[in-house]
Unconditional design. Structure first.
Length: 74
């Protein structure tokens, strides 16, 4: 149970750091949702938005970070 609490605290600290980073450098993420391949359909009474390519880029970045972190730990 002690390990779970440490993990939750670490995740909370990570979210706080991420929030401060996006607050200070919010302009760095203006590309999100505007890449080719992101779907935006707007009608008179509806709006459909699917940032497919943007989420793929973020997934790639997160996977690379996890790979580097795991490689660094071992």
């Amino acid at each position: 149970m002690e390990n779970i609490s440490k993990i939750l605290i670490a995740i909370g600290i990570l979210f706080v750091i991420l929030g401060i980073f996006t607050w200070l450098f919010g302009g760095l993420f203006s590309w999100f949702g505007k890449l080719p391949g992101d779907i935006r359909i707007q009608g008179e009474n509806y709006f459909i938005y699917a940032p497919i390519v943007s989420l793929l880029v973020i997934s790639l970045i997160i996977n690379l970070a996890i790979y580097i972190f795991n490689h660094w730990i071992k």
